[in-house]
Design a protein around this ligand. Structure first.
Ligand SMILES: [Zn+2]
Length: 86
């Protein structure tokens, strides 16, 4: 399927995809707001007009996989690679 064929049938998707927890159709991000450098709240809208669900989710940085080359001295994020998680 080409990008042109999808243009009018599916909403434009950003890098983060989410589906509605009720109808499992695509949901779009209405807005989001940083709560801190490590956490964010995001408002979602289901694109299924027969559902109409809107909700808020929270997300936070859990750990780093590879540490930053320019770390912020005011932020601590534990580093866990695949081996340490097992
Ligand atoms: Zn829905």
């Amino acid at each position: 399927m080409t990008a042109t064929a999808n243009r009018y049938t599916e909403p434009k998707r950003s890098g983060t995809r989410r589906t509605c927890p009720h109808c499992e159709k695509y949901a779009r991000i209405a807005t989001s707001q940083a709560q801190s450098p490590l956490s964010r709240m995001t408002w979602y809208q289901c694109t299924n007009i027969n559902c109409g669900h809107t909700w808020v989710e929270g997300s936070m940085v859990m750990h780093s996989i590879c540490p930053s080359a320019c770390p912020n001295p005011n932020i601590y994020i534990p580093v866990r690679n695949k081996e340490s998680a097992e």
